[in-house]
Design a protein around this ligand. Structure first.
Ligand code: FAD
Length: 318
């Protein structure tokens, strides 16, 4: 069976959910071979094996932490040379897309970015992409070289499947160009204690209806009562009420949680593009004509400042 390379996104050995989704999709195309780099790479193997990775190629070197993406591309290319895979799958993060694009150039292959689904085809993997704010879907395949495909988070439900997950050391050599751009400092984002927006099972979002940064604690309190991440519409972000990292939508993040609660959000197509694949959608809006109500499973017509605190209190009693 053909092997499929999967680039692993992990933090000190803790594998992030988008990688597990990639392993699920990779199994449709062949046998997943994971590539884990940097500190903690070897400790990813157990989880990767539980999600179908037959082999886990690992490498650690100061270059991965000290320089921008090129050393990681060197390592992924070394894995590509060693495996000759049928496809290379990379998570669609900003870093993942840069790594994938650089690899595709080096190996002379076509690339598809931001796929939301993958299936095996007679002439190679067929990737589904969502275009024009999710108004259309397109299906494409790479017609030159080994397909390099980046896949958006939450594109597939994670399905565990036990495989060997055998750890193998990957031999990587770095050239002069690998160390061209050095990282001079890193400032970790202050943790809110809430789950990551793109990985959360529940997302509670606020829009222009929240009417000021000082009112966002109302949204945060509901999120905390549910163990949820906090999202925001672009209107709220542009007004400076909430950080851009929390923006949901076409120019923000795509989320696909089990439950999405939109508060004071009208439901513009660009916002929908980032959340309409959520499994259950709830909206609180004081305008019964708001377009978000065309999309919801449950809608509450009301003032969020009345509804949301009551909801929070009720949830806390359970
Ligand atoms: P509004 O559309 O102003 O809606 C506010 C809603 O709050 C209204 O429905 C109102 O009835 C309700 N409301 C007001 N007060 C209350 C209250 N007290 N209680 C309950 N309800 C209340 N938008 C995104 O969100 N994400 C994106 O990534 C994004 N990308 C874009 C990219 C492009 C190229 C463009 C052109 C636009 C983009 N937008 C994006 C902007 C988008 O078109 C909308 O302008 C934006 O989503 C509106 O945000 P909103 O729903 O919070 O505000």
């Amino acid at each position: 069976m053909a092997e499929v390379l999967v680039y692993v996104d992990h933090v000190d050995g803790a594998v992030r959910k988008p990688t597990l989704e990639l392993l699920t999709l990779a199994r449709r195309l062949g046998e997943p071979v994971a590539v884990a780099l940097g500190a903690g790479a070897e400790s990813t193997a157990a989880v990767l094996g539980e999600h179908g990775a037959v082999r886990v190629l690992t490498a650690d070197a100061p270059e991965f932490a000290d320089y921008l993406v090129v050393p990681k591309v060197d390592a992924l290319q070394a894995a590509y040379d060693a495996v000759s895979p049928a496809a290379v799958l990379v998570p669609s993060s900003a870093e993942g897309k840069e790594i994938a694009a650089r690899l595709a150039v080096r190996i002379g292959s076509g690339i598809i970015t931001d796929a939301v689904d993958l299936e095996a085809g007679d002439e190679g993997p067929v990737a589904t992409q969502s275009a024009f704010a999710a108004s259309f879907t397109t299906k494409s395949r790479v017609s030159k070289g080994t397909p390099v495909i980046t896949v958006k988070p939450n594109s597939a439900a994670v399905e565990p499947a036990q495989a060997a997950g055998t750890v193998e050391a990957l031999s990587v050599s770095f050239g002069e160009k690998s160390t061209g751009t050095k990282v001079v400092s890193r400032t970790p984002r202050q943790s809110t204690g809430r789950p990551d927006l793109t990985e959360a099972a529940i997302v509670v979002s606020g829009g222009r209806g929240v009417n000021g940064a000082e009112n966002f604690p109302v949204i945060e309190a509901l999120a905390d009562s549910l163990g949820a991440a906090v999202g925001a519409s672009r209107a709220a972000v542009d007004a400076g009420w909430y950080p851009h990292t929390n923006q949901v939508g076409q120019t923000g993040k795509s989320v696909s949680p089990q439950l999405y609660i939109a508060n004071g959000i009208s439901g513009a197509i660009q916002h929908r593009a980032g959340m309409q694949t959520s499994k259950t959608i709830v909206a609180v809006n004081k305008d019964e004509e708001a377009p978000i109500f065309d999309l919801v499973d449950f809608g509450v017509v009301g003032d969020l400042f009345n509804v949301v605190p009551q909801l929070t209190e009720e949830i806390k009693t359970r």
